[in-house]
Structures are given as structure tokens and as C-alpha cells.
Ligand binder design. Structure first.
Ligand code: PLP
Length: 423
């Protein structure tokens, strides 16, 4: 229907789906995904699916979102040739013919400092289309909460954020940001008082409030259609990157690397490249302190298929099938589950998944800061760590793209505590 290269036409991502696109109409990505929710939510999810289908046919909707992306978020974000990291990578090997050129997709430059705004603006527009004036969301580190509060302030919607009381204590600055933006922050005192518990509380609220409330889920997780909708809104990252690669490299990169928490920045980056068979894609999970249970947050590397927050995917579980505790130095990767499409890409072998330890991520945090003058988020530092090492195994005439999902201002206290004398 629309031609993506013609600037006057809308850039609706749903008109540009890869041939191999999933999910099926019931939200399954092979053995993963689906809808595992109480009856009261089924209706809300069906309504969301219907409105999204309609929005997909509505040129005005995508024009409005594209305008917001350009004029408010500051898109397109640059694809930046990282000379310093490329030199560091080349210095890791003796062979002078080795060491791919490293590029950074600069989502850290998007408004509010990360990719999360791509999704919250899209979903806030959908809520307006549904006539829902109240928004709720879960947040862990507070990044999704801030991006949601920002979209709501901009579009005139009422906003309530659920956040574990432990996270409220640890992420004070983001709590203040949300309040300044006009959002109400609800403390959750259940369980470990972190992201998983905040998500449960938000789902509970939604069960009683679906008639006037939309729940803006923050990653490519949860019941269908959330993983698909979030992926579509985030796929602007990969669509821009693809056009930028054609312009700067004259073709596709050899490899693409992104960090994986729930998996939204990675899904948005990878999805437009799924049918480009020559492009190797690697998702980097949080390896934490060790491979022992409770010491990491790497569900594809160490989990089993199970149901968490409404869909089937890899989940970190104890021997009784209970969701495990998780650890990562980066709050945004500290989640025991992962989006169903990543589990699917893993199972069909289209994307490979690996993990990087806290220590390796902290080293990369310093490299990127000192080699490039860019302080990356600790989440993104996981992708930088793997990307720099991987580029050193590639040929000099090849190109590797790292998705720099966010900036590291939020992490400077934690990084200086963990790095001590090293900085
Ligand atoms: C939230 C966050 C992540 C992790 O979430 P995904 O859904 O896996 O993208 C990664 N990087 C940054 C900067 C974040 O804020």
C-alpha cells in the first residue's frame, strides 16, 4: 500500500512486515506467546487487537506518530561510526586483517534518553483512539515509567505508575521525574517489591478498570497483542538503521547486536532484518555475577518454557516451577522472563543469544565513555561488551551495528559504587 522510500507517504511498519512475519492470529510465535489471562482481561485484549487492526489501516494515525517521532522525540536517531571502539576491538587481535567497523545506533539521543519513548507514544495514541483517558504502567528502574509519564503529559492523559517499593527506594531520581511530569506513583509492597510484583499489580488494576483505562506494557512481553504492538512501534529503530546502512555502507551490515531484558529494543532493531539472511543477529542477556540460579537474568541461556505475565516463553524457574530471583547490575535487564518472539527466534535459529557478566558490562561502560565520549546505559553496555569482542573476530571490511539502547546518566551512581578506584 505505501512505499517506504517516498517521504510524503506514511511510514506504517505494519505495511512493511517481513515475509516470515509472526505471530499467527492467536498470538503464537511457534510454541511461544499466546494469551494466558483471566476472563476479565480477554475482552480488553480483544478490544486492543481490534483497535490496533483499525489503526494499521489508518494513514492519519501513522502520520501523527511519525510527526511525534520527528518533531518531539528527535528521530531519526543517528547511526554513528564508532572509531574509538573499532580501534579498541582491532587492538584485541594480532591479525591486521581482522576487526570489523563498529557502528552505534544512538537511541540514547531519543527524548527521555532511551528507546522506551517509541513504544509509549504509540500506545498513548492508541489509548486516545479507544477513548480511554486513564493510563497505567509498570516500571522497574523507572525508565518505562518516565517514558509513559512523558507521553501522557504531552498528549493530555491521566497517568498512574506501579513500582515496587524496593525499586522506589533504589531509583529515587526517576520517581521524582515521574511526579514532576504529573504522574501518580503507586508503591507495590508484594513479593520482592520489584518489577515482577509491579507488573502483577498493574494487571490487577486493569482487570477492574478496563472500561476507561489502557495499560501501556513496557516491553515485548505479556499476552497477545502486546508483544506484537510493542515490536511494531519499536521497529522504527531497525527500519531507520536499515536505511542508514544502505546510505553509509551501501548494503547490509554483517552483524547486529542488542541487549535483551524483556527484549523490546532488540526486537525493534532485529525485526526489519529478519528476512536479510546474510545478517547475523545476536541478543545479549544479563550474565550477572555467575551462572548459578539467582545470580543472573538470562532466561534464554538458562531458563525453561513456562508462563509468566500472560504468555508462554523462556522463564527462569526453580525446580518446582516457581519464578526464580534474578540479578543484574543493570535494573532494566533484571527480569526473569523474555518476549515470546525472542524465544521463537532462538528456537528457529534466526537469532543467537548469549550473555555478558556484570564485570564485562562495567568494563564496556568505561570503554564507551572514554573511547567515544558517550556514557552508555548499563543495559546497553552489555551489547557494547559483546559487540567489541565479536567485531575483533570479524574481517576488517565487515560492519557490525550495536544498538545503544539508552544513555547512562541514570547509572552513574551505581557505576561509581561498583567501579570504585577504577574511575
Ligand atoms: C528498559 C531498558 C532496556 C531493557 O528493556 P528491553 O525491553 O529489553 O529493551 C534496555 N536498555 C535500556 C536503556 C532500557 O531503559
Amino acid at each position: 500500500m505505501s512505499t517506504p522510500t517516498t517521504p510524503t507517504q506514511t511510514e506504517d511498519p505494519t505495511q512493511q512486515r517481513p515475509i516470515s512475519a509472526v505471530p499467527d492470529k492467536n498470538g503464537w510465535y511457534g510454541d511461544c506467546g499466546g494469551v494466558f489471562v483471566p476472563e476479565t482481561l480477554v475482552e480488553a485484549l480483544n478490544q486492543l487487537s481490534e483497535v490496533y487492526e483499525k489503526a494499521c489501516q489508518d494513514k492519519q494515525f501513522w502520520d501523527r506518530l511519525n510527526d511525534l517521532n520527528r518533531l518531539y522525540v528527535g528521530r531519526p536517531t543517528p547511526l554513528y561510526r564508532a572509531g574509538g571502539l573499532t580501534r579498541r576491538s582491532r587492538a584485541m587481535v594480532a591479525d591486521k586483517e581482522q576487526g570489523a567497523t563498529i557502528w552505534l545506533k544512538r537511541e540514547d539521543l531519543a527524548h527521555t534518553g532511551a528507546h522506551k519513548i517509541n513504544n509509549t507514544l504509540g500506545q498513548a495514541l492508541l489509548a486516545k483512539k479507544m477513548g480511554k483517558k486513564r493510563i497505567i504502567a509498570e516500571t522497574g528502574a523507572g525508565q518505562h515509567g518516565v517514558a509513559t509519564a512523558t507521553a501522557c503529559a504531552h498528549l493530555g492523559l491521566k497517568c498512574e505508575i506501579y513500582m515496587g517499593s524496593e525499586d522506589i527506594r533504589r531509583q529515587h531520581l526517576n520517581v521524582v521525574r515521574m511526579k514532576i511530569l504529573g504522574a501518580k506513583v503507586n508503591a507495590v509492597d508484594d513479593g520482592s517489591r520489584t518489577l515482577k510484583d509491579a507488573t502483577n499489580a498493574a494487571l490487577r488494576d486493569w482487570m477492574g478498570s478496563v472500561s476507561n483505562t489502557h495499560y501501556i506494557l513496557g516491553s515485548v512481553v505479556g499476552p497477545h497483542p502486546f508483544p506484537m504492538i510493542v515490536r511494531d512501534f519499536q521497529s522504527i529503530i531497525g527500519r531507520e538503521a536499515k536505511a542508514q546502512c544502505l546510505r553509509y555502507l551501501g548494503g547490509m551490515p554483517k552483524a547486529i547486536v542488542a541487549c535483551v531484558g524483556g527484549g523490546s529494543n532488540a526486537a525493534g532493531m532485529f525485526y526489519p532484518f529478519v528476512d536479510e539472511q546474510g545478517v547475523e543477529m545476536i541478543g545479549v542477556e544479563a550474565g550477572g555475577r555467575s551462572d548459578e540460579p539467582g545470580e543472573h537474568a538470562a532466561p534464554i541461556s538458562h531458563g525453561k518454557l513456562g508462563v509468566l505475565h500472560g504468555s508462554m516463553s523462556y522463564v527462569l524457574q526453580d525446580p518446582n516451577g516457581q519464578t526464580s530471583d534474578v540479578h543484574s547490575c543493570s535494573a532494566g535487564l533484571d527480569y526473569p522472563g523474555v518476549g515470546p518472539e525472542h524465544s521463537y527466534w532462538n528456537n528457529i535459529g534466526r537469532v543467537s543469544y548469549t550473555s555478558v557478566s556484570d564485570k564485562q558490562a562495567l568494563d564496556a561502560f568505561v570503554w564507551c565513555s572514554r573511547d567515544e565520549g558517550i556514557i552508555p546505559a548499563l543495559e546497553s553496555s552489555h551489547a557494547v561488551a559483546f559487540g567489541v569482542a565479536h567485531a575483533s573476530t570479524m574481517n576488517k571490511d565487515e560492519h557490525l551495528v550495536i544498538n545503544l539502547s539508552g544513555r547512562g546518566d541514570k547509572d552513574v551512581e551505581e557505576a561509581s559504587r561498583l567501579l570504585g578506584d577504577q574511575i
